[in-house]
Design a protein around this ligand. Structure first.
Ligand code: ATP
Ligand code: MG
Length: 767
């Protein structure tokens, strides 16, 4: 493959651009060796899928490219074979193969130990006997340099002796640690004599009790990369500051070029869920979900259990792109990828989830017929058909009947007609109720001249509904799954857990073709959604279908109406949280608690924001400093704890290209209505790149909010002019289009329209 080809086909992201460059210059002799390095301390989630797609995807893209699967298992406390096995299964399922390149960092313990002695002998590492809290204290803060440990100048002999005795098990946990000797006043806190080894008298799941000292991540990772001959060590942004240490260790261990280098990309984050392994483990342990593979979990095993296809997951990861800045992907995008994939491949069938019985009085009791029905609509290039049995007694969906139909209800109601999919037009003649006045059955008539495909009557009806023939259908169970959280950015697992995220419908019916299918089959139940025949047998040998995804995004309208109404008789399984405190204050260190208290009492800011800031020293310092420049605790907290938390967390303020004063100015711009909160985020993204004061950025880039009605009016007029059909539809009653227009105007104004003004003017102009 020629260079041109490579840059054309694969130059689509910055990582591939870097690799293309290396191939061009021959840096690694044209080799591309990546690795995916999970720690086997939990199940993989969608974020990992992204990293898998990047690392294995890159290896696949380049001739001779290889991707290693490496268990990063140097911390004995939480790792296990259960996790190793699940990781292997998940990577395979996503669609990648590591061949014979499966490695374990724990296999390198011997080698790593030798490197540690090498550093000690060079005077580049020392045994430190401060306690953990003393080490933290000596490290200083982002604004103050650290102090050298009193043990920093131990002789090489003493260090070697102590380190060997650490290994031999002569000391208790935490009595000593091995530290790199770098620079206690380095602005990068990671470089302030980081820990390399610590004592842990804990059995390792693979090494048993062979070791009681364990290497830390920063030491293990870069050297494992080097030992495996990795060329491009790709990780997420939170390791940006670790890169300096990565390079330092490899240099001091005298690993020669061409050696591995680290590159960072943005983590994948998704709203309405939690993603870190710690939080996922908490959901499992506190029994909020049934396990790591609960179909609501954002884990790979959960998605698989739900019925999502690996193709959908890969396409989602691909579409999310590879970025250099963190962002949050809308979960609707994942749902879109799932639908888009299933739409192209699964058969459409008939199923009724909440049955209402119909007796067709003019259809003979002794008759039944087999109707022709195709599995796919015209726009899907697949073929397939089956026969659907029809008889005198059928079920339809309860929701498809209304005794007193509201305006615009085109389905069945007394005296009205509706078409049964693949069958006839029926008319509702009578409603049968029980003593309590509840509808138990409908009496209908059918028109024999209206059989689908061969109708010769003039009759046209507006509605088509799905149904199943009672004597032919099979009773099954359906499990409905929904988003795990109601809030967009849950901070804890109690923060807006969606109690309605799991429902069981136990009285559902499917047509015979579905009942005969094998476990693991996927279907579109017409008008209901995509469903997966759960491959794991439940009790009573019943078929259980998981809803993979609805046909449409039902969340955009959730604020207006409940997503689904369920009958009282339906069994609802509610997770039972063992403790339901908002957040457990007792677990927080005292200094964090003190800050939190102050923020909540004196500043009255939102509790999640307060917690985010209080927990992080850098954020907290920055917060106070900003407040002393511009005193709007709520405004400043919103920005610091929001989009910016990550930026401030990852970078040391000394490296930050803006000051607390400038951040204060940014908030003031919002308060003065010069910019919106949304634009403030954009301005901030330029501030971190060092583009200067916020007011200058706003000026230079023309980001000032449009507050002048006549100026905004012109933009609105343009949009109205460009969309005559939608304007007409809106005027005819399709008021949902208001959102469309708002979006268009926002877009047209480059995001600068003042939202309240836009709302007000648009309403006026459209009516
Ligand atoms: P978490 O922080 O979610 O608990 P982790 O980073 O501790 O996960 P690891 O097993 O260390 O989990 O991760 C293995 C690899 O997957 C790392 O290279 C890491 O950078 C990457 N990774 C983890 N989470 C994400 C994510 N959300 N998006 C992209 N890559 C991720
Ligand atoms: Mg990690």
């Amino acid at each position: 493959m020629g260079d041109d080809n490579i840059s054309e086909i694969k130059g689509k992201d910055f990582l591939r651009q870097i690799i293309n460059e290396h191939i061009k210059t021959g840096k690694y002799d044209g080799k591309v060796i990546t690795r995916f390095p999970p720690e086997p301390n939990g199940y993989l989630h969608i974020g990992h899928a992204k990293s898998i797609c990047i690392n294995f995807g890159i290896a696949k893209d380049y001739p001779g490219g290889i991707c290693h699967l490496r268990m990063d298992d140097s911390d004995p406390t939480k790792e296990s074979y259960e996790y190793v096995n699940s990781i292997k299964q998940d990577v395979k399922w996503i669609g990648f193969d590591w061949g014979d390149k499966l490695f374990f960092a724990s296999d390198y313990f011997e080698k790593l130990y030798e490197y540690a002695e090498f550093l000690i002998k060079k005077g580049k590492a020392y045994v430190c006997s401060l306690s953990e809290s003393e080490i933290r204290e000596y490290r200083g803060t982002v604004t103050e340099p650290g102090k050298p440990s009193p043990y920093r100048n131990r002789s090489v002999e003493e260090n070697l002796d102590l380190f060997r005795r650490m290994k031999a098990g002569e000391f208790k946990d935490s009595e000593h640690v091995l530290r790199a000797k770098i620079d206690m006043s380095n602005p990068n806190m990671k470089m302030r004599d980081p820990l390399l080894y610590r004592i842990r008298h804990v059995e390792h799941y693979r090494q048993g009790n062979k070791w009681c000292i364990y290497p830390l991540y920063d030491f293990t990772h870069c050297l494992s990369d080097a030992m495996e001959g990795i060329t491009h060590s790709i990780c997420t942004l939170e390791f940006e500051n670790n890169r300096e240490l990565y390079d330092w260790i490899l240099d001091e261990c005298e690993i020669k070029e061409p050696r591995p280098h680290q590159y960072e990309f943005a983590r994948l984050n998704i709203n309405y869920t939690v993603m870190s392994k710690r939080r996922l483990l908490e959901l499992v342990e506190k029994k909020y979900v049934s396990g790591w593979d609960d179909p609501r979990m954002p884990t790979i095993s959960g998605l698989r259990r739900r019925g999502v296809t690996p193709e959908a997951l890969r396409s989602f990861c691909e579409n999310a792109g590879i970025a250099k800045a963190n962002s949050i992907v809308d979960i609707a995008q994942l749902e879109y990828s799932i639908r888009d994939d299933l739409n192209k491949k699964v058969p459409r069938v008939l199923a009724v989830l909440r049955p209402l019985k119909i007796v067709i009085e003019n259809y003979s009791e002794h008759h039944e017929e087999m109707l022709d029905a195709s599995y796919y609509p015209h726009d899907v290039p697949l073929e397939g058909a089956r026969k659907v049995p029809f008889s005198r007694e059928i079920y339809i969906e309860k929701d498809d009947f209304m005794e007193n139909p509201s305006k615009g209800f085109y389905r069945l109601s007394p005296g009205e007609e509706v078409r049964l999919r693949h069958a006839y037009i029926i008319k509702c003649e009578r409603v049968i109720k029980n003593n309590a006045g509840e509808i138990i059955e409908l009496r209908c008539s059918y028109d024999p001249t209206t059989k689908s495909g061969e109708e010769n009557s003039e009759k046209k009806v507006k509605g088509i509904i799905h149904w199943v023939s009672i004597p032919h259908s099979q009773n099954v169970e359906v499990r409905l799954y929904d988003r795990l959280f109601n809030v967009e950015h849950p901070e804890t697992i109690d923060d807006g857990f969606n109690e309605d995220s799991f429902k069981i419908l136990s009285n559902c019916y499917v047509e015979p073709a579905v009942a005969k299918s094998s476990p693991g089959s996927r279907f579109q139940f017409e008008r209901l959604g995509y469903f997966y025949l759960d491959p794991i047998p439940y009790q009573e040998c019943r078929l259980v279908f998981n809803r993979i995804v609805t046909l449409r995004d039902s969340w955009t309208k959730i604020s207006a109406e409940k997503p689904e109404k369920f009958e009282k008789t339906e069994k609802q399984i509610k997770p039972q949280p063992q403790e339901k405190s908002e957040f457990d204050m007792s677990e927080l260190p005292l200094e964090v608690k003190t800050k939190l208290d102050k923020y909540l009492k004196n500043y009255d800011i939102h509790k999640e924001e307060a917690l985010t800031i209080a927990k992080d020293e850098t954020l907290a310092d920055f917060y106070e400093q900003t407040l002393s420049e511009y005193n709007n605790p709520k405004g400043v907290a919103g920005i610091i704890a929001g989009e910016m938390a990550r930026e401030l967390k990852e970078k040391q303020p000394k490296q930050l290209a803006f000051t607390p004063k400038e951040l204060g100015e940014l908030v003031k711009l919002i308060d003065d209505e010069v910019i919106s909160v949304k634009i403030a985020r954009e301005v901030f993204s330029f501030m971190i790149k060092g583009e200067g004061k916020p007011s200058e950025i706003v000026e230079k880039r023309g980001l000032k909010q449009i507050t002048d009605p006549s100026e905004l009016g012109i933009v609105i007029d343009t949009v109205i002019k460009a969309n005559p059909e939608n304007v007409e539809a809106y005027k005819a009653g399709k008021t949902k289009l208001f959102g469309f227009f708002t979006g268009q105007v926002m877009k047209e104004s480059g995001g600068r329209a003042k939202p309240e003004l836009l709302n007000e003017l648009l309403k006026k102009k459209l009516n």
